[in-house]
Design a protein around this ligand. Structure first.
Ligand code: NDP
Length: 308
C-alpha cells in the first residue's frame, strides 16, 4: 500500500519537490535510442511516462541529452494527472552544441517546451559544469545568466545545476544574481561523494541534493560488498533490495531519481514511505557501501577523486 510522497521545500519559490522522481533518461538513451542519433518517436516511452504517473510518480526528470521530450510531453498529456500536479525537471545539455550549435539554455528550453507542448518546467538545470566556448559555444557565466533570464521570464519556476562540484557552485555564487536551488548528482551507497565536500556544501547552502543512479549497487555496481548484507536487511523489513536502497538514499536527505520500464517496479519504488531504516541498519549500509566505489558518470571530471 503506497503512502503519500513526501516533499522538500525549495528555497526562493517555496515549491514542494517530491523526494522521488521518475527519470526519462538513461535506459532509453542507451538501450533504445542508439546514442546521439535518436530522432524517432518511441510510443512505448510515452506510454511508460504515462504509466509512471498513473503508478503515482508526480516528479519527472528529463534532459535535452535524452532526446525524449516529445515522449515526456505526450506521456504527461495522456496521463490522468493535471500538469500542475506534476513536478517536471528538464536540463540544458551543453554538448547539444556538438549536434546543433545552439546558443545556450534559453534556446534549448524554448525548443524543449515546444517539443513537450508545454509552457513551463518546474525546474531547469545545467546538466554539467563543463560549459566552455569550445564545448558549448558559451561559457558558464553566460549559461547561468541565461538561466536567470529563464527564471525571470517564468519559463522555469526554479533553476539549478547537475554534476556540479564545490568549485563550480562557488563560481555561480560569485557571478550569479540568483543561486541554484538543486544540485543533481550521482548518489548511491557505492558513490557517496561525487566530488569532495559536495554534500556538506549543498546542505550548508540550502541547495537540495538529488541523487541519480540510486540503484547502482543492484545494477552496474554488482557484485559488491552490499550483496552480503542486503538479504538480511530485506528479511528484517520485508522490503525488497530496491526499496531498501531507495530508502537509504532518502534517509540521507537526498531526493532519489530512479527509473524503470516495469510497472511492478515503479509501484515497488513508491512503496517506501511506510517504514524507516533504523540508525544501525542505515549506518551498516553506509559503511559497507564505502567498501566499493563505483562511478557511472562524469569520469572525465571526477575520476581524479576516486582514490581520495
Ligand atoms: P537507477 O539507479 O534507478 O537504475 C534504474 C535501472 O535499474 C532500471 O533500468 C531498472 O531496470 C534497473 N533495476 C531496478 N531494479 C533492479 C533490480 N532489482 N535488478 C536489476 N536491475 C534493476 O537510475 P539510472 O542510473 O537509470 O538513472 C535514473 C535517472 O536519473 C535517469 O533516467 C535520468 O533521468 C537521471 N540521470 C541523470 C544524470 C545526470 O547527469 N544528471 C545521469 C544519469 C541519470 P528495469 O527498467 O528493467 O526495471
Amino acid at each position: 500500500m503506497q503512502s503519500e510522497i513526501p516533499t522538500v521545500k525549495l528555497k526562493g519559490s517555496g515549491d514542494e519537490l517530491p523526494v522521488i522522481g521518475f527519470g526519462a533518461g538513461t535506459k532509453w538513451r542507451i538501450a533504445k535510442a542508439s546514442g546521439e542519433t535518436k530522432d524517432q518517436y518511441i510510443e512505448e516511452l510515452a506510454q511508460q511516462v504515462a504509466n509512471a504517473i498513473s503508478a503515482g510518480f508526480n516528479h519527472i526528470d528529463a534532459a535535452e541529452a535524452y532526446k525524449t521530450h516529445q515522449e515526456v510531453g505526450a506521456g504527461i498529456k495522456n496521463s490522468d494527472t493535471p500538469r500542475d500536479k506534476i513536478f517536471l525537471t528538464d536540463k540544458y545539455t551543453p554538448w547539444s552544441w556538438a549536434w546543433r550549435k545552439g546558443t545556450g539554455p534559453l534556446e534549448s528550453l524554448t525548443l524543449s517546451l515546444e517539443k513537450m507542448n508545454l509552457s513551463y518546467v518546474d525546474l531547469y538545470l545545467l546538466h554539467v559544469p563543463n560549459i566552455t566556448p569550445e564545448s558549448a559555444g558559451i561559457d558558464l557565466k553566460e549559461a547561468w545568466r541565461q538561466m536567470e533570464e529563464i527564471l525571470d521570464r517564468k519559463m522555469a519556476k526554479n533553476i539549478g545545476v547537475s554534476n556540479f562540484d564545490v568549485e563550480s557552485l562557488e563560481y555561480i555564487q560569485k557571478v550569479g544574481k540568483y543561486q541554484p536551488v538543486v544540485n543533481q548528482i550521482e548518489f548511491n551507497a557505492y558513490m557517496q561523494q561525487q566530488s569532495p565536500g559536495i554534500l556538506k556544501y549543498c546542505r550548508e547552502n540550502d541547495i537540495v541534493i538529488e541523487g541519480y543512479s540510486p540503484l547502482a549497487p543492484l545494477t552496474k555496481g554488482r557484485p559488491g560488498p552490499l550483496d552480503d548484507i542486503l538479504p538480511g536487511i530485506v528479511n528484517k523489513y520485508k522490503k525488497s533490495e530496491l526499496q531498501i536502497l531507495l530508502r537509504w538514499v532518502i534517509q540521507n536527505g537526498v531526493v532519489a531519481v530512479t527509473t524503470s520500464g516495469k510497472q511492478e517496479r515503479l509501484m515497488e519504488s513508491l512503496d517506501i514511505f511506510d517504514f524507516q531504516l533504523s540508525d544501525e541498519d542505515f549506518k551498516l549500509i553506509t559503511e559497507t557501501g564505502k567498501g566499493k566505489l563505483f562511478r557511472g558518470f562524469i569520469g572525465d571530471r571526477y575520476d581524479k577523486f576516486n582514490d581520495v
